[in-house]
Design a protein around this ligand. Structure first.
Ligand code: TV7
Ligand code: CA
Ligand code: ZN
Length: 393
């Protein structure tokens, strides 16, 4: 019966909580949770909700957050007074210890709720994949890859990806984590550094001392000791400013294709940070919606169940275009959506003079000078293929 409803198609589920989008990091802070509202509004306006299972996600419980994060950190996160309240005289050094309250990770109103909603949607998505009720589960409110066990970092407080992968590991032997955010996925890499059940692959701008977080060099491949199971199970693809769709697509397919053959993952966790797009407020690359989306399409073509997370993305109209386009790829309707924004879309003013799914000649933002030579990219692929000789199941 279900085959009649979904002929040959993949089951896609979409996990979101509209309450999450109401939180504010602060006026000038680059992270704007309402980019999720913009994304959802486009997805709805294109009629995509009819082709997916849609869930309003619950908030993750303390116990769930505690499966990765330390109790003293969570306790402080739950009770820390917001910035505009009197400072906590009993705990003068906790903010420093947990990296909370600086400009990157401010203590805003409703912070703990925001974090548990993000984690809740990622956990729900991972569980749908575990139960085999979805082939692709999407959680755009997740993807906060920098958070550590006892420390906030780079706009991230709770590492919903680590929580999601821990859930996947209960039902699947091997998880391939792929991270196309312009920043290094350091928190996820660190969490699974010593296991061979999770392979992490991050593509990012790499320029230590200048670009956050400064880790993720080509030679960072996991523990150096061969006795450690995690050896060779971290892959890093350090890039320079201005990489193009064509170069990125070639790199992505050479690296992920080969990783898939060697590691043979049972499930993929894909972080789709949209700050790798051209014209991003913090990013440095020249990727277009098509090039970013091609990564999602390639992963889908491997025919392995997949959880898709959001992540960075600081030019909200571009984030919404990319994530709506990638939702269409998951469903398999990307060629059927018209190029203009539906007239009835709320927020349409954000895209005025702009077609949403760009015609091929449309460019997001001013292109940057491309500092990636073909020779260097070939060296990177060679290095990765050498690492993969040590990986096999
Ligand atoms: C996943 N870059 C997160 C990416 C996290 C990047 C950083 C800012 C930034 C913060 C602001 C702000 C900013 C214009 C940009 C060393 C510092 C330099 C703060 C000014 N404007 C993700 C984190 C990165 C906050 N942090 O991967 C409030 O840029 O480089 C740094 C650290 C110290 C703190 N200062 C920046 O995409 C979600 N922060 C304006 C207002
Ligand atoms: Ca990355
Ligand atoms: Zn980022």
């Amino acid at each position: 019966e279900y085959d009649i409803v979904r002929p040959k198609g993949k089951t896609v589920s979409f996990h979101a909580n509209p309450e999450m989008e109401k939180h504010h990091f602060g006026q000038t802070h680059p992270m704007k949770p309402w980019r999720l509202t913009l994304t959802k509004s486009l997805v709805t306006s294109y009629g995509m909700t009819f082709a997916m299972d849609n869930y309003t996600t619950r908030t993750a419980t303390y116990e769930e957050l505690n499966s990765f994060h330390a109790s003293d950190y969570l306790d402080y996160l739950a009770t820390a007074p917001p910035e505009d309240q009197p400072r906590d005289v009993d705990n003068p050094d906790k903010e420093v210890k947990f990296n909370l309250g600086g400009s990157d990770c401010p203590l805003f109103h409703g912070l703990y709720d925001y974090c548990s909603m993000s984690a809740g949607s990622s956990l729900d998505a991972a569980r749908k994949i575990c139960n085999q009720q979805s082939d692709i589960a999407i959680a755009w409110g997740g993807g906060l890859h920098h958070a550590k066990r006892s420390e906030a970092s780079g706009f991230c407080y709770i590492n919903d990806i680590v929580l999601g992968i821990l859930q996947l590991l209960r039902c699947y032997p091997r998880v391939l984590y792929i991270d196309i955010d312009v920043h290094h996925g350091d928190g996820v890499e660190e969490a699974f550094f010593s296991t061979d059940r999770v392979m992490t692959v991050s593509f990012h701008k790499y320029q230590p001392e200048v670009f956050f977080p400064g880790t993720g060099g080509l030679d960072d491949n996991g523990p150096k000791s061969e006795h450690n199971q995690g050896a060779h199970h971290a892959i890093n693809v350090p890039l320079n400013d201005g990489i193009t769709d064509e170069q990125y697509g070639w790199l992505f397919e050479s690296i992920i294709g080969k990783t898939n053959e060697s590691f043979r993952p049972s499930v993929i966790a894909l972080q789709c940070g949209a700050d790798s797009l051209a014209g991003d407020r913090l990013g440095r690359f020249n990727l277009q919606v098509q090039g970013h989306g091609a990564c999602v399409n390639f992963c889908k073509s491997l025919g392995i169940p997949m959880v898709i997370f959001g992540g960075g993305g600081y030019t909200p109209r571009n984030v919404a275009r990319a994530w709506a386009y990638e939702t269409a790829i998951a469903i398999g309707c990307q060629s059927k959506i018209p190029e203009v924004i539906p007239a009835h879309a709320p927020w349409r003013e954000h895209f005025i003079h702009d077609t949403i799914f760009p015609t091929l000649e449309q460019i997001l933002g001013e292109p940057r000078a491309n500092r990636n030579t073909q020779k260097r990219l070939q060296e990177i692929v060679m290095h990765v293929h050498e690492q993969l000789r040590f990986v096999g199941h």
